[in-house]
Design a binder for this molecule. Structure first.
Ligand code: HEC
Ligand code: HEC
Length: 216
């Protein structure tokens, strides 16, 4: 394990331990999903009216952890995370208050995610499962289960995203964006940059296929 990945992992585990011990009552409150529902008309064209996106290239938001969604909305709002398509709604996000963004996150989090279907290719599935569940010590790739859990649900309190059933092409592109460090909003991104740095294109494809087929 490189120093960088070790540091990032220790950092993130200490956060999740603190979160678990304190049960995070005041770090995170629930938004109002029904209020959020009235603020997402502009999002449906890409993310679907219920948060299940309509293209493999665009992330689904349905059932995603609320804290993770809120973090990402803030990154887009303040320009730390950039994307051409999301750029069209950044002015809208800027007009929304913190409470509005929390309500939007609560809305998507409360929606039911559509299960994905992994490509039925034995070799691809075997590689994806082995890497996801056990990592690869020789290549300093940690098991994804450590933070995203065995079924892909992530860790809602700590704000680790769910990856279960996520759109496949998006999983590929975002892992590659971490690898080139183009995706670099917030401290958590450092963890995924370090991990994806050790993943080949084939490994990313296999992992994306496997995660797409996971369900909570
Ligand atoms: C024109 C298409 C489009 C529209 C409209 C759009 N998005 Fe997105 N959204 C995307 C794409 C593409 C990404 C992935 C960006 C990337 O790869 O970094 C994304 C990413 C996100 C993410 C991060 C998901 C993750 O898993 O990290 C959130 C949250 C999000 N959008 C919320 C919204 C909200 C809320 C709205 C409406 C106010 C909206 N989006 C409107 C295309 C769109
Ligand atoms: C030490 C904890 C940790 C480990 C281990 C880990 N992740 Fe992550 N992962 C995170 C965190 C935290 C984020 C959110 C990063 C951010 O805010 O950009 C994340 C984000 C992601 C995302 C982006 C999700 C989205 O909706 O955009 C993907 C995909 C992902 N991880 C896949 C993996 C895979 C595949 C592995 C195993 C090879 C793995 N992760 C191992 C903590 C971890």
């Amino acid at each position: 394990m490189s120093i960088r990945i070790l540091f990032a992992t220790v950092f993130i585990f200490s956060i999740s331990t603190i979160a678990a011990e304190k049960k995070m009552p005041n770090v995170f409150e629930d938004g109002d999903a029904s209020k959020g529902a009235s603020m997402v008309a502009a999002c449906a064209a890409c993310h679907g009216s219920d948060g299940n996106s309509i293209s493999s290239a665009w992330p689904s938001l349905a059932g995603q952890n609320q804290k993770y969604l809120l973090d990402q909305l803030n990154y887009f709002k303040n320009g730390e995370r950039e994307n051409v398509l999301m750029g069209s709604v950044v002015p809208l996000l800027r007009a929304y208050s913190d409470q509005d963004l929390l309500n939007i996150a609560a809305y998507y989090s409360s929606q039911t995610k559509t299960n994905g279907q992994a490509e039925d290719d034995e070799e691809l599935l075997a590689l994806g499962e082995a890497l996801y569940r056990s990592g690869n010590m020789k290549k300093a790739i940690p098991a994804c289960t450590a933070c995203h859990s065995v079924n892909g649900a992530g860790n809602a309190l700590a704000g680790f995203p769910s990856v279960a059933g996520q759109q496949k092409a998006y999983l590929v592109s975002t892992l590659k964006a971490y690898r080139t460090m183009e995706r670099n909003a917030g401290d958590y991104a450092l963890v995924m940059q370090a991990i994806s740095n050790n993943l080949s294109d084939d490994e990313i494809d296999a992992l994306a296929n496997y995660m797409h087929g996971l369900y909570e």
